[in-house]
Write a protein that binds this ligand. Structure first.
Ligand SMILES: *Cc1c(COP(=O)(O)O)cnc(C)c1O
Length: 360
């Protein structure tokens, strides 16, 4: 079976080598040696200075929203994984959707100002498929209206924009190290923050608010990652160059062989070094998408409808008057193609042939 993604497994011996350190230390969590080492190595790899690694990529969104969202209205994208919207609602904030750009698929920054009200506290936008939002325009809008900016950068591991890590943009930026993501720790994630005061608040918030064993800086929750997960990260990280070059080959194959008279893919924003995290194709209609999907499934190829549905249409989102024509249309027509290390040329030929034959 060919699925949309396959988790990268380092050699078991490499993982065991890291686990031996855990056994020797007899230390499983609460920011042990492996967690600290992984943070240091990730800062080095990503050229960032202020990472906090966490148990997944959703709790950091919740922490950022708790601190910066303040139960207000959050301007957000309807085209993302459900965690972007569900975290807003979970933190008693209100999502206010702004439609996306049809080519970049990120929030349309020219429509943000019209959505701002006195209740707006923050903007939470996703660098969807690792494609950067218009971060400079968004920063200018936020400054003008005194809003905070949170980026769901779950897909953005290793992406740089204008020569610096995409994680360095926004007041807080989060990432996911879930097994299906580019770099993974099984379950895991991270948050990044440039401001020292805010970083301190994020840091204690991710560990119950502790200031030593007996005192508390303030309210906190548990977003700590364990040594076992950090061990996986330390075993995967040395393979990033291979992971990226193998995925680039797949992306290049799709770019050269798909029939772009019948379908399109997203446009990567200028000044971006992308990470080959997803290969979305947008088909002319939902009917054609279903036809392509069925033909692929018949050949045991399972792409995923990333992202469907448009998040403004989810039943628990209480925003009946918000229609997002671009996002709703794209969400119905977009399919993420298989993309992982180890996909063979024969498999790529088969996938591409089926799509080109059925995308009309
Ligand atoms: C994967 C993902 C998340 C959630 O990350 P987890 O590590 O699974 O909690 C959040 N936002 C987006 C856009 C994602 O793709």
């Amino acid at each position: 079976m060919i699925t949309v993604t396959k988790t990268f497994f380092p050699d078991l011996k490499e993982y065991e080598k890291q686990l031996e350190r855990v056994w020797k230390n007899k230390w499983l969590t609460n920011r042990g040696e492996l967690v600290l080492e992984l943070e240091q190595k990730l800062n080095g790899y990503l050229s960032t200075e202020n990472i906090i690694i966490t148990n997944n990529g959703t709790v950091p969104l919740q922490i950022a929203l708790k601190i910066l969202g303040n139960q207000g209205e959050i301007i957000t994208t309807p085209f993302s994984y459900v965690a972007t919207t569900s975290s807003i609602i979970w933190e008693n904030c209100t999502p206010v959707f702004v439609d996306i750009h049809p080519d970049y698929l990120t929030i349309d920054e020219t429509k943000i100002e019209a959505a701002i009200t006195p209740k707006t506290t923050a903007i939470l936008a996703t660098h969807v498929f690792g494609n950067p939002c218009e971060v400079e325009a968004i920063a200018a809008i936020a400054k003008k209206h005194n809003l905070k900016v949170i980026y769901d950068a779950a897909h953005s591991f290793g992406v740089t924009y204008k020569g610096t890590s995409l994680f360095n943009y926004g007041d807080v930026s989060t990432c996911s190290f879930h097994a299906t993501k580019l770099f993974h720790t099984g379950e895991g994630g991270a948050m990044f923050c440039q401001d020292k005061t805010l970083f301190h608040q994020l840091f204690y918030s991710h560990n119950f608010g502790h200031n030593g064993p007996l005192e508390f800086h303030g309210l906190g929750i548990n977003a700590k990652i364990s040594e076992l997960q950090a061990a996986m990260g330390l075993a995967v990280l040395p393979h990033m160059a291979t992971i990226l070059s193998e995925r680039k080959k797949v992306v290049d194959y799709y770019n050269e062989n798909l029939d772009f008279n019948q379908l399109k893919t997203m446009t990567i924003r200028n000044n971006t070094t992308w990470n080959y995290s997803y290969y979305p194709v947008i088909l002319p209609s939902e009917a054609i998408l279903l036809k392509v999907q069925q033909a692929l499934n018949y050949a045991n190829i399972i792409p995923r409808r990333y992202f469907y549905p448009s998040l403004n249409t989810i039943e628990y989102v209480d925003q009946p008057n918000q229609t997002m024509p671009v996002s709703e249309s794209v969400a119905k027509r977009i399919l993420s193609l298989p993309l992982y290390v180890g996909l063979t040329t024969e498999e790529l030929e088969q996938i591409t042939a089926i799509i080109n034959q059925n995308a009309c």
